[in-house]
Design a binder for this molecule. Structure first.
Ligand code: IP8
Length: 263
């Protein structure tokens, strides 16, 4: 099974502590990836920025009011450090994995408010059964544009389309999408793809009543809808809890696990 997995920043870092990687979780995720690869999963791995990229980017914005070309070295550095934690864990599991930092192959267009990336090398690695690893990053702006942050969610969804992935797994630090944040029994196990706009309206009306603890969920759902509505071989999207190695492994192997599935 072809699967694109994003390890969220709130899963692999401690968002409350600047530049703090949760190596135990990263290592468990690497084991889950190895075990599912042994069961036949063909994987593209993406990770978020957590307390590395977001903290570094915020520092720049607080200092200069915006991201500038001079923000690229410190923000990309923070992401390379976090990426190194992930790469070391994968390579220690004897996985064949190679890192593709987006600041070296993506550009931001401010006139189109969109990114363009050259995925050729990454896709060659994937076809050679080497796990490509990429991540949310700062990327230069083209022509007169300032740099911008490309999120791992965008990369996951674009790549899922490129390789016709059967499943996209968003591994987070919560079990999925909840109707009521405080009510564990309100986990939504299934969302019909066509119902995402309605659900987003509900989120707007209730001011976030339908949400998970990461405020990025409405953004994630909007992106899922935007990127995948025009795709005929739409992958199943699973939002799961990556704190459990077994859940992650089973999700990567195509099983139905606890979480929210969007089909
Ligand atoms: O956590 C953000 O990636 P995300 C990356 O996937 C940076 O949104 C540099 C903040």
């Amino acid at each position: 099974m072809r699967v694109v997995v994003k390890l969220g920043g709130s899963l692999i870092t401690d968002k409350g502590k600047a530049f703090f990687a949760r190596d135990d979780i990263i290592r468990a995720a690497a084991q889950a990836i190895r075990e599912s690869a042994q069961l036949g999963a063909e994987i593209i791995l993406i990770h978020g920025g957590g307390s590395f990229g977001h903290v570094a980017a915020k520092k720049e914005i607080d200092r200069f009011g915006k991201l500038t070309a001079a923000s690229v070295p410190p923000v990309s550095r923070a992401m390379m450090v976090l990426n190194n934690h992930v790469m070391e864990a994968l390579l220690d599991e004897n996985l064949k994995a190679v890192s593709f930092p987006p600041h070296s192959f993506c550009l931001y267009s401010c006139s189109k408010d969109s990114f363009s990336c050259s995925f050729d090398s990454l896709l060659i690695a994937f076809n050679l059964k080497i796990i490509p690893v990429t991540f949310g990053d700062i990327v230069f702006g083209e022509e007169a544009c300032e740099p911008a942050i490309i999120s791992g969610d965008d990369l996951a969804l674009v790549l899922a389309k490129k390789v016709n992935a059967e499943r996209v797994v968003f591994a987070t630090n919560v079990d999925g999408v909840y109707r009521e944040l405080e009510d564990a029994s309100s986990l939504i196990p299934h969302i019909e793809f066509s119902e995402i706009p309605k659900l987003l309206e509900q989120i707007k009306i209730t001011g976030g009543g339908v949400t998970d603890v990461t405020k990025g969920l409405p953004g994630k759902l909007t992106k899922i809808y935007r990127y995948l509505s025009s795709h005929d071989k739409r992958p199943e999207v699973a939002i799961i809890n990556g704190m459990s190695k077994e859940t992650l492994k089973m999700a990567l192997s195509g099983s139905k696990v606890k979480g929210t599935f969007i089909t």
